[in-house]
Design a protein around this ligand. Sequence first.
Ligand code: NAP
Length: 480
Amino acid sequence: MNRALGIILDGKGFTTGDAILELSYLIAALLFVFGLKLLSHPESARRGNLWAAAGMGLAMVTTLLLHKTSEGTGIPLTNVWIILAAIGLGSVIGWIMAKRVKMTAMPQLVSFFNATGGAASALVGLLEYPNAVAGNISSIMVTVLGLVIGAIAFSGSMIAYGKLEGKVGDIMKPFMTYINLALLILTVALGAYIIFSPNLPSQMTWAIYTLLALSLIYGVLFVMPIGGADMPVVISLLNSLTGIAASMAGFIYNNQAMILGGILVGAAGMILTLLMCRAMNRSLLNVIIGSFGVGANVAGGDQGVIKEITLSDAAILLSYSQKVVFIPGYGLAVAQAQHIAHELDELLENKGVEIKYAIHPVAGRMPGHMNVLLAEADVPYEKLIEMDDINPGMPDVDVAVVVGANDVVNPAAYDDPGSPIYGMPIIDAHMAKNVIIMKRGMGKGYAGIENALFFNDKTRMLFGDAKSSIQKLVAEIKTL
Ligand code: NAP
Protein backbone atom coordinates (compact mmCIF):
# COMPACT_ATOMS: atom_id res chain seq x y z
CA MET A 1 0.00 0.00 0.00
CA ASN A 2 3.01 2.30 0.51
CA ARG A 3 3.60 2.25 -3.21
CA ALA A 4 -0.05 3.00 -3.89
CA LEU A 5 0.01 5.87 -1.43
CA GLY A 6 3.31 7.07 -2.85
CA ILE A 7 1.90 7.12 -6.37
CA ILE A 8 -1.20 8.97 -5.27
CA LEU A 9 0.83 11.48 -3.27
CA ASP A 10 3.28 11.91 -6.16
CA GLY A 11 0.27 12.78 -8.26
CA LYS A 12 1.33 10.26 -10.94
CA GLY A 13 -2.02 8.50 -10.84
CA PHE A 14 -2.98 5.12 -9.54
CA THR A 15 -4.14 2.83 -12.32
CA THR A 16 -6.61 -0.02 -12.07
CA GLY A 17 -3.66 -2.37 -12.72
CA ASP A 18 -1.85 -0.97 -9.67
CA ALA A 19 -4.97 -1.44 -7.56
CA ILE A 20 -5.41 -5.06 -8.72
CA LEU A 21 -1.73 -5.74 -8.02
CA GLU A 22 -1.93 -4.36 -4.46
CA LEU A 23 -5.19 -6.23 -3.86
CA SER A 24 -3.65 -9.49 -5.09
CA TYR A 25 -0.78 -9.05 -2.61
CA LEU A 26 -3.30 -8.54 0.17
CA ILE A 27 -5.18 -11.71 -0.85
CA ALA A 28 -1.86 -13.59 -1.11
CA ALA A 29 -0.94 -12.49 2.42
CA LEU A 30 -4.33 -13.68 3.73
CA LEU A 31 -3.83 -17.01 1.98
CA PHE A 32 -0.37 -17.37 3.61
CA VAL A 33 -1.88 -16.78 7.05
CA PHE A 34 -4.80 -19.12 6.38
CA GLY A 35 -2.41 -21.79 5.05
CA LEU A 36 -0.20 -21.41 8.11
CA LYS A 37 -3.20 -21.89 10.37
CA LEU A 38 -4.15 -25.13 8.57
CA LEU A 39 -0.55 -26.34 8.84
CA SER A 40 -0.94 -26.56 12.59
CA HIS A 41 -2.83 -29.88 12.39
CA PRO A 42 -1.66 -33.02 10.53
CA GLU A 43 -5.10 -33.57 9.00
CA SER A 44 -5.33 -30.09 7.47
CA ALA A 45 -1.60 -29.57 6.81
CA ARG A 46 -1.74 -30.74 3.19
CA ARG A 47 -4.56 -28.27 2.45
CA GLY A 48 -2.65 -25.54 4.29
CA ASN A 49 0.31 -26.09 2.00
CA LEU A 50 -1.91 -25.83 -1.07
CA TRP A 51 -3.62 -22.61 0.09
CA ALA A 52 -0.27 -20.96 0.85
CA ALA A 53 1.09 -22.13 -2.53
CA ALA A 54 -2.02 -20.67 -4.21
CA GLY A 55 -1.26 -17.33 -2.51
CA MET A 56 2.31 -17.43 -3.79
CA GLY A 57 1.09 -18.40 -7.28
CA LEU A 58 -1.34 -15.48 -7.33
CA ALA A 59 1.36 -13.01 -6.24
CA MET A 60 3.73 -14.32 -8.92
CA VAL A 61 1.17 -14.16 -11.75
CA THR A 62 -0.07 -10.64 -10.91
CA THR A 63 3.53 -9.39 -10.50
CA LEU A 64 4.47 -10.74 -13.93
CA LEU A 65 1.40 -9.19 -15.53
CA LEU A 66 1.01 -5.91 -13.66
CA HIS A 67 4.31 -4.91 -12.02
CA LYS A 68 5.76 -1.66 -13.29
CA THR A 69 9.51 -1.03 -13.55
CA SER A 70 11.04 2.23 -12.32
CA GLU A 71 10.53 3.58 -15.87
CA GLY A 72 6.78 3.02 -15.44
CA THR A 73 6.59 0.24 -18.06
CA GLY A 74 5.67 -3.44 -17.55
CA ILE A 75 8.33 -6.15 -17.17
CA PRO A 76 10.09 -6.52 -20.58
CA LEU A 77 8.90 -9.62 -22.46
CA THR A 78 12.39 -11.15 -22.68
CA ASN A 79 12.67 -10.96 -18.90
CA VAL A 80 9.24 -12.56 -18.53
CA TRP A 81 10.42 -15.53 -20.61
CA ILE A 82 13.64 -15.83 -18.58
CA ILE A 83 11.63 -15.71 -15.34
CA LEU A 84 9.16 -18.34 -16.63
CA ALA A 85 12.04 -20.61 -17.71
CA ALA A 86 13.64 -20.28 -14.26
CA ILE A 87 10.31 -21.00 -12.55
CA GLY A 88 9.78 -24.04 -14.80
CA LEU A 89 13.28 -25.42 -14.17
CA GLY A 90 13.08 -24.82 -10.41
CA SER A 91 9.62 -26.42 -10.21
CA VAL A 92 10.74 -29.57 -12.07
CA ILE A 93 13.87 -29.98 -9.90
CA GLY A 94 11.89 -29.29 -6.70
CA TRP A 95 9.12 -31.70 -7.72
CA ILE A 96 11.55 -34.54 -8.48
CA MET A 97 13.52 -34.00 -5.25
CA ALA A 98 10.37 -33.84 -3.09
CA LYS A 99 8.91 -36.97 -4.75
CA ARG A 100 12.09 -38.99 -4.27
CA VAL A 101 12.99 -37.97 -0.74
CA LYS A 102 12.60 -40.52 2.05
CA MET A 103 10.70 -39.39 5.14
CA THR A 104 13.89 -39.74 7.23
CA ALA A 105 15.79 -37.43 4.85
CA MET A 106 13.21 -34.62 5.19
CA PRO A 107 15.44 -32.33 7.33
CA GLN A 108 18.14 -32.48 4.62
CA LEU A 109 15.63 -31.48 1.94
CA VAL A 110 14.29 -28.61 4.05
CA SER A 111 17.86 -27.48 4.60
CA PHE A 112 18.66 -27.61 0.88
CA PHE A 113 15.53 -25.67 -0.12
CA ASN A 114 16.28 -23.19 2.64
CA ALA A 115 19.78 -22.69 1.21
CA THR A 116 18.30 -21.75 -2.17
CA GLY A 117 16.01 -19.17 -0.52
CA GLY A 118 18.99 -17.63 1.30
CA ALA A 119 21.05 -17.56 -1.90
CA ALA A 120 18.22 -15.83 -3.80
CA SER A 121 17.94 -13.07 -1.17
CA ALA A 122 21.72 -12.61 -1.05
CA LEU A 123 21.81 -12.28 -4.85
CA VAL A 124 19.01 -9.70 -4.77
CA GLY A 125 21.04 -7.71 -2.23
CA LEU A 126 24.21 -8.00 -4.33
CA LEU A 127 22.54 -7.04 -7.61
CA GLU A 128 20.45 -4.21 -6.19
CA TYR A 129 23.21 -2.60 -4.11
CA PRO A 130 24.47 -0.49 -7.06
CA ASN A 131 20.88 0.79 -7.49
CA ALA A 132 20.52 1.76 -3.83
CA VAL A 133 20.29 5.50 -3.33
CA ALA A 134 23.61 6.85 -1.93
CA GLY A 135 23.05 8.52 1.43
CA ASN A 136 19.61 6.90 1.85
CA ILE A 137 20.39 4.84 4.92
CA SER A 138 17.19 2.76 4.96
CA SER A 139 17.53 1.84 1.27
CA ILE A 140 21.16 0.70 1.75
CA MET A 141 20.39 -0.98 5.08
CA VAL A 142 17.75 -3.38 3.69
CA THR A 143 20.08 -4.23 0.80
CA VAL A 144 23.02 -4.97 3.09
CA LEU A 145 20.89 -6.90 5.61
CA GLY A 146 19.32 -9.00 2.83
CA LEU A 147 22.77 -9.80 1.48
CA VAL A 148 24.35 -10.68 4.86
CA ILE A 149 21.45 -12.68 6.32
CA GLY A 150 20.75 -14.43 3.00
CA ALA A 151 24.42 -15.42 2.57
CA ILE A 152 24.66 -16.76 6.15
CA ALA A 153 21.42 -18.73 5.66
CA PHE A 154 22.72 -20.12 2.35
CA SER A 155 26.16 -21.33 3.46
CA GLY A 156 24.91 -22.42 6.91
CA SER A 157 22.08 -24.45 5.37
CA MET A 158 24.44 -26.11 2.88
CA ILE A 159 26.71 -27.18 5.76
CA ALA A 160 23.65 -28.41 7.72
CA TYR A 161 22.62 -30.38 4.63
CA GLY A 162 26.11 -31.88 4.35
CA LYS A 163 26.17 -32.81 8.02
CA LEU A 164 22.78 -34.51 7.91
CA GLU A 165 23.85 -36.41 4.80
CA GLY A 166 26.94 -37.53 6.71
CA LYS A 167 29.23 -35.77 4.21
CA VAL A 168 30.48 -33.09 6.61
CA GLY A 169 31.81 -33.93 10.08
CA ASP A 170 31.59 -31.97 13.34
CA ILE A 171 34.35 -29.60 14.45
CA MET A 172 33.92 -29.17 18.18
CA LYS A 173 37.05 -27.09 18.88
CA PRO A 174 36.36 -24.62 21.72
CA PHE A 175 38.37 -21.88 19.98
CA MET A 176 35.82 -21.96 17.12
CA THR A 177 33.51 -19.91 19.36
CA TYR A 178 36.09 -17.11 19.49
CA ILE A 179 36.81 -17.25 15.76
CA ASN A 180 33.07 -17.08 15.07
CA LEU A 181 32.62 -14.16 17.45
CA ALA A 182 35.49 -12.26 15.79
CA LEU A 183 34.05 -12.98 12.35
CA LEU A 184 30.60 -11.84 13.42
CA ILE A 185 31.97 -8.57 14.81
CA LEU A 186 33.94 -8.00 11.59
CA THR A 187 30.85 -8.67 9.45
CA VAL A 188 28.67 -6.33 11.50
CA ALA A 189 31.36 -3.61 11.47
CA LEU A 190 31.84 -3.80 7.68
CA GLY A 191 28.05 -3.86 7.15
CA ALA A 192 27.69 -0.73 9.32
CA TYR A 193 30.54 0.97 7.43
CA ILE A 194 28.78 0.32 4.10
CA ILE A 195 25.42 1.52 5.42
CA PHE A 196 26.72 4.77 6.89
CA SER A 197 29.39 5.54 4.30
CA PRO A 198 28.72 8.73 2.27
CA ASN A 199 30.44 7.09 -0.75
CA LEU A 200 28.51 6.15 -3.88
CA PRO A 201 27.71 2.42 -4.18
CA SER A 202 30.02 2.29 -7.23
CA GLN A 203 32.92 3.23 -4.95
CA MET A 204 32.09 0.46 -2.48
CA THR A 205 32.24 -2.60 -4.75
CA TRP A 206 35.25 -4.03 -2.86
CA ALA A 207 33.40 -3.64 0.45
CA ILE A 208 30.19 -5.33 -0.69
CA TYR A 209 32.06 -8.35 -2.11
CA THR A 210 34.18 -8.61 1.06
CA LEU A 211 30.96 -8.49 3.09
CA LEU A 212 29.49 -11.29 0.98
CA ALA A 213 32.62 -13.43 1.49
CA LEU A 214 32.66 -12.77 5.26
CA SER A 215 28.96 -13.68 5.56
CA LEU A 216 29.42 -16.91 3.60
CA ILE A 217 32.40 -17.93 5.76
CA TYR A 218 30.51 -17.03 8.93
CA GLY A 219 27.57 -19.24 7.85
CA VAL A 220 29.94 -22.19 7.38
CA LEU A 221 31.85 -21.72 10.63
CA PHE A 222 28.73 -21.01 12.67
CA VAL A 223 27.12 -24.36 11.77
CA MET A 224 30.30 -26.50 11.70
CA PRO A 225 30.74 -26.94 15.49
CA ILE A 226 27.07 -27.71 16.22
CA GLY A 227 26.45 -31.33 17.21
CA GLY A 228 24.58 -33.45 14.65
CA ALA A 229 21.56 -34.05 16.89
CA ASP A 230 21.10 -30.30 17.41
CA MET A 231 20.72 -29.83 13.66
CA PRO A 232 16.89 -29.62 13.68
CA VAL A 233 17.07 -26.55 15.93
CA VAL A 234 19.74 -24.96 13.74
CA ILE A 235 17.80 -25.71 10.54
CA SER A 236 14.75 -24.05 12.01
CA LEU A 237 16.89 -21.03 12.98
CA LEU A 238 18.39 -20.84 9.48
CA ASN A 239 14.89 -21.14 8.03
CA SER A 240 13.88 -18.14 10.08
CA LEU A 241 16.93 -16.21 8.80
CA THR A 242 15.96 -16.99 5.21
CA GLY A 243 12.50 -15.58 5.89
CA ILE A 244 13.99 -12.38 7.29
CA ALA A 245 16.35 -12.10 4.29
CA ALA A 246 13.39 -12.57 1.91
CA SER A 247 11.46 -9.81 3.66
CA MET A 248 14.51 -7.51 3.23
CA ALA A 249 14.41 -8.32 -0.49
CA GLY A 250 10.70 -7.44 -0.35
CA PHE A 251 11.59 -4.02 1.11
CA ILE A 252 14.12 -3.47 -1.69
CA TYR A 253 11.39 -4.01 -4.31
CA ASN A 254 8.65 -2.51 -2.14
CA ASN A 255 6.73 -5.76 -2.67
CA GLN A 256 4.11 -6.39 0.03
CA ALA A 257 3.73 -10.12 -0.71
CA MET A 258 7.47 -10.71 -0.34
CA ILE A 259 7.67 -8.64 2.83
CA LEU A 260 4.73 -10.43 4.45
CA GLY A 261 5.71 -13.91 3.25
CA GLY A 262 9.26 -13.38 4.53
CA ILE A 263 8.09 -12.06 7.89
CA LEU A 264 5.74 -15.04 8.32
CA VAL A 265 8.56 -17.52 7.58
CA GLY A 266 10.93 -15.58 9.83
CA ALA A 267 8.48 -15.47 12.74
CA ALA A 268 7.28 -19.07 12.36
CA GLY A 269 10.89 -20.34 12.15
CA MET A 270 11.88 -18.37 15.24
CA ILE A 271 8.87 -19.60 17.23
CA LEU A 272 9.65 -23.22 16.26
CA THR A 273 13.32 -22.73 17.20
CA LEU A 274 12.42 -21.35 20.62
CA LEU A 275 9.74 -24.02 21.22
CA MET A 276 12.25 -26.77 20.47
CA CYS A 277 14.81 -25.18 22.77
CA ARG A 278 12.18 -24.90 25.52
CA ALA A 279 11.07 -28.50 25.08
CA MET A 280 14.74 -29.52 25.44
CA ASN A 281 15.12 -27.15 28.40
CA ARG A 282 18.03 -25.37 26.75
CA SER A 283 18.76 -21.86 25.70
CA LEU A 284 19.36 -21.07 22.04
CA LEU A 285 22.88 -19.96 22.96
CA ASN A 286 23.53 -23.35 24.57
CA VAL A 287 22.44 -25.12 21.38
CA ILE A 288 24.63 -22.87 19.24
CA ILE A 289 27.68 -23.16 21.47
CA GLY A 290 26.82 -26.85 21.89
CA SER A 291 27.69 -28.06 25.35
CA PHE A 292 24.75 -30.36 26.07
CA GLY A 293 25.50 -33.39 28.23
CA VAL A 294 29.17 -32.39 28.59
CA GLY A 295 30.04 -32.49 32.27
CA ALA A 296 26.41 -33.20 33.06
CA ASN A 297 25.44 -34.43 36.47
CA VAL A 298 25.26 -38.08 35.43
CA ALA A 299 23.56 -39.99 38.17
CA GLY A 300 25.14 -43.42 38.32
CA GLY A 301 26.05 -46.06 40.83
CA ASP A 302 23.44 -47.35 43.21
CA GLN A 303 20.18 -46.53 41.50
CA GLY A 304 18.27 -49.63 42.59
CA VAL A 305 17.33 -52.87 40.97
CA ILE A 306 16.34 -53.42 37.37
CA LYS A 307 13.40 -55.79 36.93
CA GLU A 308 12.75 -57.53 33.64
CA ILE A 309 9.44 -58.75 32.30
CA THR A 310 8.94 -61.89 30.25
CA LEU A 311 7.07 -61.76 26.96
CA SER A 312 4.20 -63.85 28.31
CA ASP A 313 3.83 -61.64 31.40
CA ALA A 314 3.88 -58.53 29.21
CA ALA A 315 1.30 -60.08 26.87
CA ILE A 316 -1.04 -60.91 29.78
CA LEU A 317 -0.58 -57.52 31.47
CA LEU A 318 -1.39 -55.64 28.26
CA SER A 319 -4.27 -57.90 27.19
CA TYR A 320 -6.08 -57.52 30.52
CA SER A 321 -5.57 -53.76 30.86
CA GLN A 322 -8.23 -51.14 30.24
CA LYS A 323 -6.04 -48.19 29.33
CA VAL A 324 -2.63 -48.44 27.68
CA VAL A 325 -0.47 -45.53 26.52
CA PHE A 326 2.41 -46.03 24.08
CA ILE A 327 5.23 -43.53 24.51
CA PRO A 328 7.39 -43.61 21.39
CA GLY A 329 10.89 -42.15 21.23
CA TYR A 330 14.05 -42.13 19.18
CA GLY A 331 14.47 -45.94 19.53
CA LEU A 332 11.15 -46.48 17.71
CA ALA A 333 12.57 -44.53 14.76
CA VAL A 334 15.88 -46.45 14.85
CA ALA A 335 14.10 -49.80 14.99
CA GLN A 336 11.45 -48.67 12.46
CA ALA A 337 8.91 -50.22 14.81
CA GLN A 338 5.99 -47.94 13.92
CA HIS A 339 4.12 -50.45 11.72
CA ILE A 340 4.34 -53.31 14.19
CA ALA A 341 3.44 -50.93 17.04
CA HIS A 342 0.25 -50.10 15.16
CA GLU A 343 -0.44 -53.82 14.69
CA LEU A 344 -0.04 -54.33 18.46
CA ASP A 345 -2.32 -51.38 19.13
CA GLU A 346 -5.07 -52.81 16.87
CA LEU A 347 -4.68 -56.26 18.37
CA LEU A 348 -5.14 -54.90 21.88
CA GLU A 349 -7.99 -52.65 20.81
CA ASN A 350 -9.83 -55.68 19.47
CA LYS A 351 -9.55 -57.10 22.97
CA GLY A 352 -11.26 -53.98 24.35
CA VAL A 353 -8.13 -52.14 25.52
CA GLU A 354 -8.13 -48.34 25.02
CA ILE A 355 -4.89 -47.32 23.28
CA LYS A 356 -3.35 -43.86 22.97
CA TYR A 357 0.05 -42.60 21.90
CA ALA A 358 1.69 -39.89 24.00
CA ILE A 359 3.61 -37.45 21.81
CA HIS A 360 6.46 -35.41 23.29
CA PRO A 361 7.39 -32.35 21.20
CA VAL A 362 11.07 -33.32 20.99
CA ALA A 363 10.85 -37.11 21.01
CA GLY A 364 13.15 -38.48 18.32
CA ARG A 365 15.53 -36.22 16.47
CA MET A 366 13.42 -33.80 14.45
CA PRO A 367 10.28 -31.75 15.05
CA GLY A 368 7.20 -33.90 14.54
CA HIS A 369 9.36 -37.04 14.20
CA MET A 370 6.88 -39.30 15.99
CA ASN A 371 3.86 -37.81 14.18
CA VAL A 372 5.54 -38.47 10.84
CA LEU A 373 6.46 -42.07 11.70
CA LEU A 374 3.07 -42.95 13.14
CA ALA A 375 1.23 -41.27 10.26
CA GLU A 376 3.36 -43.38 7.89
CA ALA A 377 2.05 -46.46 9.75
CA ASP A 378 -1.55 -45.17 9.39
CA VAL A 379 -2.11 -44.68 13.12
CA PRO A 380 -5.24 -42.46 13.28
CA TYR A 381 -4.47 -38.85 14.29
CA GLU A 382 -6.99 -38.88 17.10
CA LYS A 383 -4.93 -41.50 18.90
CA LEU A 384 -1.89 -39.20 19.00
CA ILE A 385 -2.21 -37.11 22.15
CA GLU A 386 0.06 -34.18 22.92
CA MET A 387 2.04 -34.25 26.16
CA ASP A 388 0.04 -31.53 27.91
CA ASP A 389 -3.23 -33.31 27.16
CA ILE A 390 -2.18 -36.82 28.13
CA ASN A 391 -0.30 -36.06 31.35
CA PRO A 392 -3.31 -35.25 33.58
CA GLY A 393 -4.79 -38.70 32.77
CA MET A 394 -1.61 -40.70 33.34
CA PRO A 395 -2.50 -41.88 36.91
CA ASP A 396 -5.51 -43.72 35.39
CA VAL A 397 -3.39 -45.54 32.82
CA ASP A 398 -2.87 -49.25 33.53
CA VAL A 399 0.32 -49.62 31.48
CA ALA A 400 2.65 -47.03 29.97
CA VAL A 401 4.63 -48.77 27.21
CA VAL A 402 7.81 -46.79 26.56
CA VAL A 403 9.07 -47.73 23.08
CA GLY A 404 12.67 -46.57 22.62
CA ALA A 405 12.15 -43.34 24.56
CA ASN A 406 14.42 -42.25 27.38
CA ASP A 407 14.97 -38.52 28.02
CA VAL A 408 11.34 -37.62 27.34
CA VAL A 409 10.19 -39.82 30.26
CA ASN A 410 13.09 -39.09 32.63
CA PRO A 411 11.71 -37.89 36.03
CA ALA A 412 15.06 -36.16 36.72
CA ALA A 413 13.39 -33.31 34.81
CA TYR A 414 11.20 -32.84 37.92
CA ASP A 415 13.36 -33.83 40.84
CA ASP A 416 17.07 -33.43 40.05
CA PRO A 417 18.07 -29.74 39.92
CA GLY A 418 21.61 -30.79 38.89
CA SER A 419 20.38 -32.63 35.78
CA PRO A 420 20.83 -31.02 32.34
CA ILE A 421 17.17 -31.80 31.63
CA TYR A 422 15.88 -30.31 34.90
CA GLY A 423 12.81 -28.22 34.09
CA MET A 424 12.19 -29.89 30.71
CA PRO A 425 8.53 -30.95 30.39
CA ILE A 426 8.24 -34.76 30.18
CA ILE A 427 5.56 -37.39 29.65
CA ASP A 428 4.56 -38.62 33.09
CA ALA A 429 5.12 -42.35 32.45
CA HIS A 430 6.09 -42.73 36.13
CA MET A 431 2.53 -41.81 37.12
CA ALA A 432 1.00 -44.83 35.33
CA LYS A 433 0.12 -47.95 37.37
CA ASN A 434 2.65 -50.08 35.46
CA VAL A 435 5.50 -49.20 33.12
CA ILE A 436 7.02 -51.46 30.46
CA ILE A 437 10.19 -50.12 28.85
CA MET A 438 11.38 -51.49 25.52
CA LYS A 439 15.01 -50.79 24.71
CA ARG A 440 18.06 -52.82 23.76
CA GLY A 441 20.04 -52.42 26.98
CA MET A 442 20.89 -49.71 29.48
CA GLY A 443 22.06 -47.29 26.77
CA LYS A 444 21.61 -43.61 27.53
CA GLY A 445 19.55 -41.20 25.46
CA TYR A 446 20.53 -37.98 23.72
CA ALA A 447 21.17 -36.13 27.00
CA GLY A 448 23.63 -38.85 28.08
CA ILE A 449 22.16 -39.28 31.56
CA GLU A 450 20.83 -42.08 33.74
CA ASN A 451 17.06 -42.52 34.05
CA ALA A 452 15.57 -43.33 37.47
CA LEU A 453 12.36 -44.53 35.78
CA PHE A 454 14.18 -47.72 34.78
CA PHE A 455 14.74 -48.49 38.48
CA ASN A 456 11.22 -47.54 39.60
CA ASP A 457 9.24 -50.21 41.48
CA LYS A 458 6.46 -50.06 38.89
CA THR A 459 8.82 -50.47 35.94
CA ARG A 460 9.76 -53.65 34.14
CA MET A 461 12.20 -53.78 31.23
CA LEU A 462 11.64 -55.69 27.99
CA PHE A 463 15.14 -55.72 26.54
CA GLY A 464 15.73 -56.04 22.80
CA ASP A 465 15.33 -54.14 19.55
CA ALA A 466 11.91 -52.45 19.72
CA LYS A 467 10.68 -53.93 16.43
CA SER A 468 11.58 -57.53 17.27
CA SER A 469 10.29 -57.17 20.87
CA ILE A 470 6.91 -55.95 19.61
CA GLN A 471 6.82 -58.65 16.91
CA LYS A 472 7.33 -61.31 19.60
CA LEU A 473 4.77 -59.64 21.83
CA VAL A 474 2.18 -59.63 19.04
CA ALA A 475 2.82 -63.34 18.45
CA GLU A 476 2.51 -64.03 22.18
CA ILE A 477 -0.77 -62.11 22.52
CA LYS A 478 -2.20 -64.04 19.57
CA THR A 479 -1.60 -67.30 21.44
CA LEU A 480 -3.50 -66.16 24.53
P1 NAP B 1 16.54 -40.60 23.66
O1 NAP B 1 16.50 -39.98 25.00
O2 NAP B 1 17.61 -40.17 22.73
O3 NAP B 1 16.63 -42.19 23.93
C1 NAP B 1 16.47 -43.10 22.92
C2 NAP B 1 16.63 -44.49 23.52
O4 NAP B 1 16.30 -45.40 22.48
C3 NAP B 1 18.04 -44.82 23.96
O5 NAP B 1 18.17 -44.78 25.35
C4 NAP B 1 18.31 -46.23 23.37
O6 NAP B 1 18.61 -47.13 24.44
C5 NAP B 1 16.98 -46.61 22.74
N1 NAP B 1 17.14 -47.28 21.45
C6 NAP B 1 18.02 -47.01 20.46
N2 NAP B 1 17.86 -47.87 19.45
C7 NAP B 1 16.87 -48.72 19.81
C8 NAP B 1 16.24 -49.83 19.18
N3 NAP B 1 16.62 -50.29 17.98
N4 NAP B 1 15.23 -50.45 19.83
C9 NAP B 1 14.85 -50.04 21.07
N5 NAP B 1 15.40 -48.99 21.71
C10 NAP B 1 16.40 -48.35 21.08
O7 NAP B 1 15.17 -40.46 22.88
P2 NAP B 1 13.87 -39.62 23.26
O8 NAP B 1 13.33 -40.06 24.58
O9 NAP B 1 13.01 -39.69 22.05
O10 NAP B 1 14.38 -38.15 23.48
C11 NAP B 1 14.81 -37.34 22.39
C12 NAP B 1 16.04 -36.57 22.79
O11 NAP B 1 16.59 -35.97 21.61
C13 NAP B 1 15.74 -35.47 23.78
O12 NAP B 1 16.80 -35.31 24.69
C14 NAP B 1 15.63 -34.25 22.87
O13 NAP B 1 15.90 -33.06 23.56
C15 NAP B 1 16.69 -34.56 21.84
N6 NAP B 1 16.51 -33.83 20.56
C16 NAP B 1 15.31 -33.87 19.93
C17 NAP B 1 15.13 -33.14 18.76
C18 NAP B 1 13.81 -33.11 18.05
O14 NAP B 1 13.57 -32.19 17.28
N7 NAP B 1 12.96 -34.10 18.25
C19 NAP B 1 16.19 -32.42 18.21
C20 NAP B 1 17.41 -32.45 18.86
C21 NAP B 1 17.55 -33.17 20.04
P3 NAP B 1 19.42 -48.49 24.12
O15 NAP B 1 20.69 -48.07 23.49
O16 NAP B 1 19.59 -49.12 25.45
O17 NAP B 1 18.56 -49.30 23.21
